[in-house]
Write a protein that binds this ligand. Structure first.
Ligand code: SF4
Length: 168
């Protein structure tokens, strides 16, 4: 049965920068937990970042791919450079996905780590732009199918299709 790497804050863990969680209420979540599919990680905490921690964004309107390529930094609202922590966070998430055989990931959108539809533009003004966070970018580069929390219905459909085919 396919496993799903999932953002810890989506699973109700209070690991966000502001010390809160952002649980996703969807019937598929309870089912997937029961089926033992969910592999939970907070990439940023896995890299040693504390809770709470300063808000961080990818600078200069760049994306997670730019950070991985060494062309952009991740900076805190207080000015600290956390690029290396974010790269380590992404590596930890990919290592866990690989070890546990996750072909799918369900990550919360908008985060500079877990975002996959949009990220904030580095101005700390609430402005969004299309793009991946650092973890989502690395997982995608490794061939893992990443879905944002807003796209959970697509993941439900994808898993149903895949399992129908493998049952034939
Ligand atoms: Fe949630 Fe991902 Fe941020 Fe951790 S790194 S708090 S799992 S969005």
């Amino acid at each position: 049965m396919d496993k799903i790497l999932v953002s810890a804050c989506l699973m109700g863990h209070a690991v966000r920068y502001d010390g809160r969680s952002k649980p996703l209420a969807h019937p598929a979540i309870a089912r997937w937990i029961e089926e033992g599919r969910m592999v939970t990680i907070c990439p940023e905490m896995s890299a040693g970042m504390p809770v709470p921690r300063p808000q961080a964004e990818i600078e200069g309107g760049a994306t997670g791919e730019d950070v991985l390529a060494g062309h952009a930094r991740v900076v805190e609202i207080s000015g600290g450079d956390v690029t290396e922590e974010f790269r380590k966070a992404a590596e930890n998430a990919l290592a866990l996905a690989t070890e546990t055989g996750c072909r799918y990931a369900l990550l919360i959108d908008g985060s500079p780590s877990c975002g996959s539809g949009f990220v904030y533009d580095g101005t700390f003004s609430g402005s969004r732009q299309a793009g991946n966070g650092v973890t989502a970018a690395l997982l995608k580069q490794a061939g893992i199918a990443v879905y944002s929390d807003r796209d959970i219905e697509e993941l439900v459909a994808r898993l149903a299709t895949g399992e129908a085919h493998s049952a034939v």
